[in-house]
Design a binder for this molecule. Sequence first.
Ligand code: DCT
Ligand code: MG
Length: 510
Amino acid sequence: MDPLPTAHSGPRKKRPRQMGALMSSTPQDVKFRDLVLFILEKKMGTSRRAFLMELARSKGFRVENELSDSVTHIVAENNSGSDVLEWLQVQNIKASSQLEFLDISWLVECMGAGKPVQTTGKHQLVVRRDHPPSSNPGLQNTLPQTAQKISQYACERRTTLNNWNHVFTDALDILAENSEFRENESCCLAFMRASSVLKSLPFTVSSMKDTEGIPCLGDKVKCIIEEIIEDGESSEVKAVLNDERYQSFKLFTSVFGVGLKTSEKWFQMGFRTLSKVRSDKSLKFTRMQKAGFLYYEDLVSSVTKAEAEAVSMLVKEAVRTFLPSALVTLTGGFRRGKKIGHDVDFLITSPEVTEEKEQQLLHQVTNLWEKKGLLLYCDHVESTFEKLKLPSRKVDALDHFQKCFLILKLDHQRVNSDQSSQQEGKTWKAIRVDLVMCPYERRAFALLGWTGSRQFERDLRRYATHERKMMLDNHALYDKAKRIFLKAESEEEIFAHLGLDYIEPWERNA
Ligand code: DCT
Ligand code: MG
């Protein structure tokens, strides 16, 4: 990204008076390091801005005096998203595609909570379709206002974390989840595809006219969008949120090791709370579920980026003890730039390793952690990988690589971050970690598959099958017409084989 020119936050003559209040936070004051705020003075006024900046800093937020590359959230009052964009354009500032534009109500909620609260649609400032962020380099390729057609495939769209349509996608994600709980696959897929395409738009849908020409929006989805535009909410979503089955499934599946089948069983048996499930003597729990209950509080609280980085150090240290040439790559949501996740995913490979050594590595690593008392749960899955097997036809098929699903004990001391997620008296947090080991020549396919998002992967495979007569999965790419496997050393080569423009990991948040 281009370096930002210095932005002036207000009239110069007012500056000296405000200097005391506008001093930047010193690093030790900052509790929440993943967020860097900038509060817009326009329509807010100098003194209110200074007051809010000081208040936020006193609560441990990092607030910048001036807009810089490091800013992640712009907070404004009485401005629309388009107003903020216009302001940025007048200042000749290029907004990064991950910059969030938020209403003051978000900051007020954060101040009340004493920590960052999740940003949702109601906090988000609206950018009009006739005013897309043209100065935004990360979004230019998705601009729809000209002849450029929006693809029905997520792998032909760039989807950053900067979602201008939270208010709709939050609703559609809830409806998709409810359909999944009711095992209504086609409905679930329709809601997921609609949500995914809206996440890729560089503007906020503010009238039904804006939905013209956008694929994957069926009549039902359009009705929901229309209702949200008109009433600010969807009655169907409201009903789902109040639905007993939805609430119970949501609760039960939040336990590690509990899927749809178990949730259905517990629901049919009349259970509605976790405490009742836990204390019931007649129920048998799997080892995974027992761990899920034991570490429930830690596992439901999201993993932060700082924690993921600490786990990354831990994994690299352990893996290299046994295999110095090993390559360890952080995959999953964190590779896509997400600031939180439900687990931390790693891909491990090495250019020089015997099959025997490769098979042993994950076991050696978990044995080491066990000895150190860091292993809270461990489930090894051995490899069933076969070199000549054709890629799977199913878009959601599991891969055949050797892997282990873990819960690690992460010492707070190892985390270079705030105190926010730490409980009084407890010195560690239980973290879900997935390790995947793959043969060196398959690393590009494994990396592409394990980076996600799930919707992006589904659409890549669908695209390969329907548009290219090829088969793609986490192990290989097969050309059906030529009857050959296509080799790849990097993700870029896989996109090239498929005839697709390269999409960066942070643009795969479909
Ligand atoms: N994946 C896969 N095969 C599996 C499980 C996952 O190919 N059996 C892929 C899809 C996404 C990626 O790996 C990571 O999976 P998750 O951790 O479930 O998703 P995430 O995007 O990392 O989300 P979160 O932030 O919640 O962890
Ligand atoms: Mg993950």
